[in-house]
Design a binder for this molecule. Sequence first.
Ligand code: ASP
Length: 449
Amino acid sequence: MQQSPQKLGLTAKIFIGMVAGILTGVFLQWLADDSGDISFSVFGMGVSTYAILVDGIFHVLGQIFINSLKMLVVPLVFISLVCGIANLSDPSKLGRLGGKSIALYVGTTAIAITLAMTAALIIQPGTGVPLPTDAEYAAKEAPTLANVIIDIFPSNPFAAFAEGKMLQVIAFAVLFGLAMAMCGESGKRISSLFNDMNEVVMKLVTILMNLAPYGVFALLAKLFAYIEAETISRLVWYFGCVLGVLFIHALVTYPILLKLLSGLNPLMLFRKMQDAAAFAFSTASSSATLPVTLETATNKLGVKKSVASFTVPLGSTINMDGTAIMQGVATVFIAQVYGVDLSATDLMMVVLTATLASIGTAGVPGVGLLMLAMVLAQVNLPVEGIALIIGVDRLLDMTRTAVNVTGDCMVACIVGKSEGEFDEEVFNDIDAGEAQEELDLHDFKKMSD
Ligand code: ASP
């Protein structure tokens, strides 16, 4: 499909939605009075703009958008992974594929958290910050390695679907796809059904992506109508330190790894990540962004479905480099505020627990803080310290989620390339995948023809 030059592409529209949402939110907050609302009276009745617009229209639109994205995650992962596995040219590749993906995910997370702690030890963001007074935060127990592994295998796949337990859905899809590939004729029949279903679900993704500019606008307008700039200014060193390391990891570590391990051009990766990063930033959930991340990996970056359908969903669950960065800085920050010296063993413990805790935890907003509580408890730091940073976490959450999904795609490219399941022409084609994102409403006609 040829695009007319003056027509705005989807990425540009999403970007406009983001900027307009942020500006609207900031503007509303600027207009708000001391009670944090813009009230006026109509026929003697008080009307609250925040109740109608922010908590009403923006909230409803934003939540519908997020729910619709989440609605696609389980069917999309299951169907595309079954297709991917069944179409794998050599099923014995699967073990290697899994091994490489997990090693890269765990390796990059360990690099991320080490970078973060080193930066925090040098910058010392916690020095001079007063202790919290009204803190209450309880840590959950960190899962044991045995439990993490056992939990990958569902006793009831339907329960796993219903609860959205991604690792369990992945395990069932892999086994189902393998069995299908072993079944000869009947396997082929089901396989063609799954391939068709995959097309339909991907079309649903396209429809949703075309609604994204409005969804993104509503989400960000609501968020920025509430975000308090003063909270950030009080914690400016912590905030800056996390943001700085997030940018270094995304703009230095990833390009180096991509170039070294696959020879691919990192600038192309960044260019093509724009939509997925915008979704991740607006939703703060790598799990909700998964449909777009998968579409980016296959249609824009050229990773073959057999690799992308396995590596990307796995990454959205176990790969959280951005989250690990926040945890690394936050742990050192909280230790500094409370005047606790962390030993080398403590620091190693933080790397281990944060990496382990991120496995099996779904990518949803704020989950990083929950995991941070486990990490702090592990090294005997006061979990209440989280109260210090909770106020600025949402903005950091949005940024680190964008880093998380970029990491997922970067690893998918490296694994795909090394397994020969990669289309370099697609990767190097700037416009690849753009046409598939455009929704052609004439498609409706085909069914009735
Ligand atoms: N929101 C992040 C994600 O979905 C997780 C976190 O850091 O809280 O990837």
